[in-house]
Design a protein around this ligand. Structure first.
Ligand code: NAP
Length: 303
């Protein structure tokens, strides 16, 4: 059976595209992935998604988006797309050993924070380890936190966190920053930000919640510890675009290239959400671009 629309990804962008295409009677199939729900599944309280004045639990928000897509008849499978072929029409999308044919594909596979890949990071994720200051910063009112990274994100996160925390230690593996000068200057001028330079993170300390970070000096190898309640990763993001690399235009950082209408270089293939977004990476912006992809897809199908 040939589908009108297959949506790959089950985060805010994918589910919003599903709601819109289902309401347009396009009967979308959503391959939401084994880890459906995206990055919000690892967040606790979401306080900045409009419409929830007292906040909403991340997984609950995603359940609601899914329920809304269900209500209009979207078919949602918790399967990962493992292969796509955009060289023929209809397009082919493979999951497990099943090949689905589709007139239109909407890619909404998202991105994930780049991680340090040390055991403590996994153990304490959501218990003081976070990759989103905008989401979790408010939990650290009057506390001390650390941010790791030397790019614009790290500067931005560190500066943002000073709204809440008493002290923010910015940990970076070099003496020089990749971040733009203006962002570095802003951070340097902020009296609440301390710098731990030429340091790597040897371990994140704490059993059930973060209590500190053990640092290693890259020049001397000397270990030292700082006490913090929160540890924020800002070492970059990884867009989940691997299976599309040979099929559509991807930039040098792995993000799918799409225009303001979410069109990729392959007519009929649209991309939205964090897999195209270098900059904002918010649930609300992802949802908004999912809506745009659905409307663009609808117009494409109308010819
Ligand atoms: P980025 O520019 O790639 O910087 C990542 C930083 O993390 C680098 O300083 C890097 O160190 C460090 N890092 C990477 N892997 C590491 C590891 N395993 N251990 C320790 N440190 C590690 O990423 P980003 O800051 O997320 O920025 C991404 C893009 O978004 C950039 O183009 C940036 O300009 C843009 N952005 C702009 C704004 C803004 O203008 N307001 C805000 C945020 C982001 P090295 O420097 O040593 O490689």
């Amino acid at each position: 059976m040939e589908r009108n629309v297959v949506i790959i990804g089950g985060g805010p962008a994918g589910y919003t595209a599903a709601i819109y295409t289902a309401r347009a009677n396009l009967a979308p199939l959503v391959l939401a992935g084994y880890a459906a729900g995206g990055q919000l599944m690892t967040t606790t309280e979401v306080e900045n998604f409009p419409g929830f004045p007292t906040g909403v639990n991340g997984p609950e928000l995603m359940d609601n988006m899914k329920a809304q897509a269900d209500r209009f008849g979207a078919e949602i499978l918790f399967k990962d797309a493992t292969k796509v072929d955009f060289s023929k029409k209809p397009f082919e999308i493979t999951y497990e050993d099943i090949v689905v044919k589709a007139k239109v594909v909407i890619i909404a596979t998202g991105a994930g924070p780049k991680k340090l890949n040390i055991p403590a990071e996994k153990k304490l994720w959501g218990r003081g380890v976070s990759s989103c200051a905008t989401c979790d910063g408010a939990f650290y009112k009057g506390k001390e936190v650390a941010v790791i990274g030397g790019g614009d994100s790290a500067m931005e996160e560190a500066t943002f966190l000073t709204r809440f925390a008493n002290k923010v230690t910015l940990i970076h593996r070099r003496d020089e920053f990749r971040a733009s000068k203006i962002m570095v200057e802003r951070a340097k001028k902020n009296p609440k930000i301390a710098f731990a330079l030429s340091k790597t993170v040897d371990d994140i300390l704490g059993d059930t919640k973060v209590t500190g970070v053990r640092l290693k000096d890259v020049k001397t190898g000397k270990l030292s510890e700082i006490k913090v309640d929160g540890f924020f990763l800002a070492i970059g993001h990884i867009p989940y675009s691997e299976i599309f690399k040979t099929q559509i235009k991807i930039d040098e950082e792995g993000y799918i290239v799409a225009n303001h209408k979410t069109e990729t270089n392959v007519p009929g293939v649209f991309a939205c959400g964090d897999v195209v977004d270098h900059h904002f990476r918010q649930a609300i912006t992802a949802a908004g671009s999912g809506c745009m992809a659905a409307m663009s897809a609808e117009r494409y199908l109308q010819g």
